[in-house]
Design a protein around this ligand. Structure first.
Ligand code: NAP
Length: 477
């Protein structure tokens, strides 16, 4: 399967004809290719988006909504085809890939509906001869740079609200997962999106593509999902043209089990939160804190479930843990495990590389603050358990990180649930819930996990400018 660039409503090769191979992390086989964009191609995409902006923005909200709604329907019709490609280039089990396509489609449906609800304000003025109005208008051309771990959802979450309000977009997906991006763009093309409203640039030179997009003053906003170091670089580069910036960056989620928690629920939810996509999600549990009174009971239930997880090629029936994305990922996971063991942690299960890009689902007990795994995002199938004694101590530990994306707490005490949720310095808190992401809710982080929100009514604000209009002379006849 091969995808070219999509610029101004047409599929086209890179100017120099170069392509980049796409491999399946489950077996290393080449499964297709994507065009390797040049700087000239990126500029063509900007020109197309810039030309299309006034036309797309001038359409009625209902017209934009109808095209998004059609795209949503096409996503559902093509779910099997898109999910298969997603699994083949990214590695996640097919059932998870289908879940991701549905999740991506949810955003498109949600914003097809929200497109009609971009309201302004009328504010009472101080003087009787004046009227004050606030309009909300689309920002303009936006650039969306996305990661490999959710190749469908991260694109949908950005372009659905952008297109809904009248922005035009240039999408740059991760080098490992351009084929799913191609499938999504095909969906919008077939849904009748006008030429130039959505453009796709793929390639092997992210820094060139990023710089070209960021240096161009016609691009009014950049929305980025990926690692914190690249996010910081993008924020700096956006400063020269004072672009609006949204960043969805790394996480280091704590998962806190209080002594009054439903331990069966906590054990099953941490499986969902930790091992989804083999631990390669930004809201994955990265540190598990369990109260000393229940740690043995919780660990027994949890480890029994981890031992049952089936590992293998995501296309095989019943597989729950696929390969990691590349060699670097395997090395990082193993470094975290070996470092923890060398500092006194005990392996409750797992801890082995299984050949290729597979790593055994692992649980570490007796983890302490000085271990790497308690300080960095692991992005792999390793669950470290640390014991705590009291609420104040665990809140302090949970917040002791530069990250602030997702956090989880399990308790049956409603007062504790709210007290702790309010004290956690995180953009998202799951109370007795290990899977809080949904199209209706604002997803995003604080501190070095980013800025801006995706999803829900809040997700529209990131693509809108506020315009204040003052009308004078109203009392003159
Ligand atoms: P990454 O290396 O930062 O890459 C993300 C995207 O940025 C890719 O498209 C990448 O292109 C591009 N990129 C890399 N260097 C760039 C540069 N100098 N200028 C412009 N673009 C550049 O992140 P990743 O490894 O793909 O993704 C994993 C990270 O994403 C984790 O930290 C995870 O927590 C985070 N994440 C966050 C969220 C969230 O919502 N907060 C969601 C998912 C993932 P190439 O692929 O060509 O390198």
């Amino acid at each position: 399967m091969d995808y070219s660039l999509y610029i101004d409503g047409k599929w086209c090769q890179a100017k120099d004809g170069k392509t980049v191979p796409v491999t399946n992390p489950a077996n290393g086989q080449v499964i297709g290719s994507a065009a390797d964009a040049t700087a000239e191609d990126v500029v063509s995409a900007i020109e197309a988006a810039h030309k299309a902006f006034p036309l797309w923005a001038a359409k009625s909200a209902r017209e934009r909504s109808e095209i998004l709604y059609k795209a949503y329907q096409l996503m559902l019709e093509r779910i099997d085809e898109i999910a298969r490609v997603l699994t083949m280039e990214q590695g996640k089990p097919l059932a998870e890939a289908k879940g991701e396509v549905l999740y991506a489609a949810d955003y498109i449906q949600w914003y097809a509906e929200e497109a009609k609800r971009v309201y302004g304000d009328v504010i009472p003025a101080t003087y009787t001869n004046k009227r004050i109005f606030v309009f909300r208008q689309p920002i303009g051309v936006i650039a969306a740079i996305t990661p490999w771990n959710f190749p469908a959802a991260m694109i949908a979450r950005k372009i659905a609200p952008a297109l809904a309000v009248g922005c035009t977009a240039i999408v740059k997906p991760a080098e490992q997962t351009p084929l799913t991006a191609g499938k999504l763009v095909e969906v919008f093309h077939d849904a009748g999106l006008p030429a130039g409203a959505l453009n796709l640039v793929t390639g092997s030179k992210p820094s060139m593509i990023g710089q070209t997009l960021l240096a161009d003053s016609r691009v009014r906003k950049v929305t980025f999902t990926g690692s914190t170091p690249v996010g910081k670089l993008i924020m700096k580069q956006a400063a020269d043209t004072v672009k609006r910036v949204s960043l969805e960056l790394g996480g280091h989620a704590p998962f806190i089990v209080f002594p009054d928690a439903d331990l069966e629920l906590a054990a099953s939810q941490v499986i969902a939160s930790k091992y989804r996509n083999a631990g390669q999600t930004c809201i994955c549990t990265n540190r598990i804190y369990v109260h000393e009174d229940v740690v043995d009971d919780f660990t027994e239930k949890f480890v029994a479930k981890v031992k049952e997880l089936k590992i293998g090629d995501g296309l095989e029936e019943g597989v729950q843990i696929g390969p990691l994305i590349d060699e670097e990922a395997i090395k990082k996971v193993d470094r975290h495990v070996q470092d923890a063991i060398s500092k006194g942690a005990q392996l409750a299960t797992g801890g082995r590389q299984l050949g290729g890009l597979y790593y055994e689902p692992t649980v570490l007990c007796g983890v302490t603050d000085d271990m790497l795994i308690q300080q960095e995002e692991t992005f792999g199938p390793v669950a470290p358990i640390q014991i705590f004694k009291d609420e104040k101590e665990v809140i302090q530990k949970a917040n002791n990180t530069p990250y602030g994306l997702a956090s989880y707490l399990f308790t049956q005490d409603i007062a504790r649930a709210f007290r702790v949720a309010e004290a956690l310095e995180y953009g998202i808190v799951g109370i007795n819930d290990g899977a809080p992401s949904t199209a209706q809710a604002p997803f995003g982080g604080v501190k070095e996990s980013g800025m801006g929100r995706e999803g829900g009514k809040h997700g529209l604000e990131d693509y809108l400018e506020i315009k204040y209009i003052s009308l004078g002379g109203v009392d003159k006849k």
